[in-house]
Design a protein around this ligand. Structure first.
Ligand SMILES: NC(=O)c1ccc[n+]([C@@H]2O[C@H](COP(=O)([O-])OP(=O)(O)OC[C@H]3O[C@@H](n4cnc5c(N)ncnc54)[C@H](OP(=O)(O)O)[C@@H]3O)[C@@H](O)[C@H]2O)c1
Length: 316
């Protein structure tokens, strides 16, 4: 079958470690199900894997990809929840493409509990955007950020998959949303979604109750300064650098919660699908590529010049 896979680790030029070509069919463990992939989306995680982060040499070659939507052997349309429990240690979790072959392939084997029904009104391309970036944003807002108690939300770095998801979801939940981007074009796009777009570091007209942080060092001080007393600053990534400076006086005086967040639960994914159906909100798709252009999709993601998700459509 056709697949996109890592053959090596290259910290400086991750795409040089990528190959697109034939791989053996999945050999599922007992009880697992093989899914015909219809669409898969890329994440920074795939580039980190090509750099060797979380993917040691003894697991290579490894099919990449955490996210997909497809069809199960009974013909049901499904979305794949990408977090897999470790058989040896049930507390140990991995994402598809870390220990088990990933979703950037014609077929992928997953445990049956990973399957979530895809609503008929959601396309395969839209559904493939949800399992990592959108799920992460949903969990950050709902569970870690307690967005129900919030009036205003700040999203830093409004181009990436997590950030565009957080903007769209917080708006759908009826919140006032501020979003930063260094790029005037992305600020225009985020304003079209309905958020107030500002330059990084700009003073906001009000303080916010939840901050969605995936940029890290370049924006963290601003995140702290924009927070209301008792606000939640929820961190899922550090694309711009992981060593941030924290003013501890502000942390305790404002009683701020700085919270780490990773992915979400399978129930969260089901709830997220329901929210999309009930609100009509759809993932922000930056670009869609056919399988023969997977290399271009990775180049697009690595460029950093994206607004939303980069998707591979296996039907084209
Ligand atoms: N913990 C989890 O479960 C989880 C899940 C998904 C993703 N993540 C992590 O979350 C992060 C976001 O991922 P993503 O794919 O959504 O987006 P991304 O492609 O990593 O980009 C996010 C945004 O970061 C901003 N940015 C990048 N470098 C910057 C710099 N030097 N200074 C200021 N801003 C910078 C850009 O904003 P502008 O260009 O608009 O300014 C960009 O739009 C990644 O680190 C990813 O690994 C974690």
């Amino acid at each position: 079958m056709r697949a996109a896979y890592a053959i090596a680790a290259d910290p400086d030029d991750p795409r040089s470690a990528l190959r697109v070509g034939e791989r053996p069919e999945p050999t599922p463990p007992d009880g697992w199900v093989t899914i015909e992939v219809r669409a898969a989306s890329l994440n920074q995680h795939d580039l980190w894997s090509l750099r060797g982060v979380g993917l040691p040499a003894d697991r290579l070659p490894m099919i990449l990809g955490c996210d997909a939507a497809g069809v199960d052997p009974d013909g049901n349309e499904v979305v794949i929840y990408p977090v897999v429990a470790d058989e040896a240690d049930p507390r140990g979790l991995s994402l598809l493409s870390e220990r088990h072959p990933g979703t950037l392939a014609e077929r992928v084997a997953v445990p049956p509990e990973s399957l979530v029904a895809k609503p008929a009104g959601l396309s395969f391309v839209d559904a493939a955007c949800l399992p990592t970036a959108w799920l992460t944003a949903f969990h950050m807002l709902k569970t870690r950020g307690r967005v129900d108690e919030a009036d205003a939300v700040l999203v830093q770095g409004a181009g990436g998959g997590v950030a565009t998801a957080a903007v769209a979801l917080a708006l759908a939940m009826g919140k006032r949303v501020y979003a930063t981007s260094r790029d005037p074009g992305k600020r225009e796009r985020v304003a079209e979604l309905g958020a107030t777009a500002v330059e990084p570091g700009a003073r906001l007209p009000e303080r916010v109750d939840v901050v969605i942080e995936s940029v890290g060092a370049p924006t963290f001080e601003h995140s702290m300064k924009c927070a209301n007393p008792g606000a939640r600053i929820v961190v899922c990534g550090a694309t711009g650098g992981h060593l941030a400076t924290v003013d501890l006086r502000r942390l305790f005086a404002m009683r701020l919660d700085v919270l780490g967040s990773t992915m979400g639960t399978r129930d969260d994914l089901e709830e997220l699908l329901g929210l999309l159906v009930s609100t009509g909100v759809r993932p922000v798709v930056d670009s869609t590529y056919g399988f023969s252009a997977v290399g271009d999709a990775f180049a697009r993601l690595e460029s950093g010049d994206i607004f939303g998700k980069v998707v591979v459509d296996l039907l084209h």
